[in-house]
Design a protein. Structure first.
Length: 229
């Protein structure tokens, strides 16, 4: 019997550590179930330090290394860094084109991104990435959007499901009771960011418990899930 292809998941978020904070338990569960998960991070988090002695370039290099280690902890196959400037992302046509090409090249069945409709979301990068990813999903599926991308094995691609993390209106939950500790282990790889959070595990546990109550399980992560046609 021929081996079934692995389900492809692409997690497209703004910064290193966004995957682990938003859906690290779900990612660990998916990889354990045989899904092939790949990250695309739009920035390298170069502004993620309060220390004026640390340059943005040095911080970006450190955070890419931390992200790669965290991804390995969760079984992620690859981290792609688009290296846009942290804090300066906008929902431009150029970024939409860039994301659409990734979707066409890697052909994920499932995409995970930020919820651009989260009320009072103050981080512009999260709003921008969520919006652009939704627009790029629409663009990637039709041949007359960005037709210059097509050819040499690259064709239009239709994503089947979109999962928005930390959603305004959750409608789907993943039970992470068995993978919560892997989420915490991955988060601890982001030492430059989480060393300021003394109660990291306790805080994450409270959030997972709250989501779990909505789902009727001990610990969960919430999403707004869209089935795309």
């Amino acid at each position: 019997m021929a081996e079934q292809p692995r389900r492809q998941v692409m997690v497209i978020l703004a910064h290193p550590d966004d995957p682990e904070f938003g859906c690290g338990g779900s990612i660990a569960k998916w990889t354990a179930e045989g899904y092939e998960v790949r990250y695309a991070l739009c920035t390298s988090g170069d502004k993620g330090s309060w220390d004026p002695a640390v340059s943005p370039g040095a911080m970006a290099a450190l955070r890419e290394q931390e992200q790669a280690e965290a991804a390995r902890e969760l079984g992620v196959v690859e981290c792609l860094f688009l290296r846009h400037v942290d804090g300066e992302l906008e929902p431009t046509l150029a970024l939409r084109r860039e994301i659409a090409l990734l979707l066409r090249q890697f052909k994920p069945e499932i995409v995970v991104s930020h919820d651009p409709y989260l009320h009072y979301q103050i981080h512009p990068d999260h709003r921008a990435v969520g919006t652009v990813v939704m627009d790029a999903i629409a663009g990637a599926r039709d041949i007359w959007y960005f037709p210059e991308q097509l050819g040499n094995g690259v064709g239009a691609h239709r994503v089947k499901e979109l999962y928005l993390t930390r959603p305004q209106e959750p409608n789907y939950w993943v039970d992470i009771s068995s993978t919560f500790e892997r989420k915490i282990a991955a988060l601890r790889k982001h030492e430059s960011q989480v060393n300021r959070i003394g109660d990291l595990r306790e805080r994450m546990h409270r959030l997972a418990e709250a989501a779990g109550r909505a789902a009727g399980v001990p610990l969960a992560e919430a999403f707004h899930r869209l089935e795309l046609t």
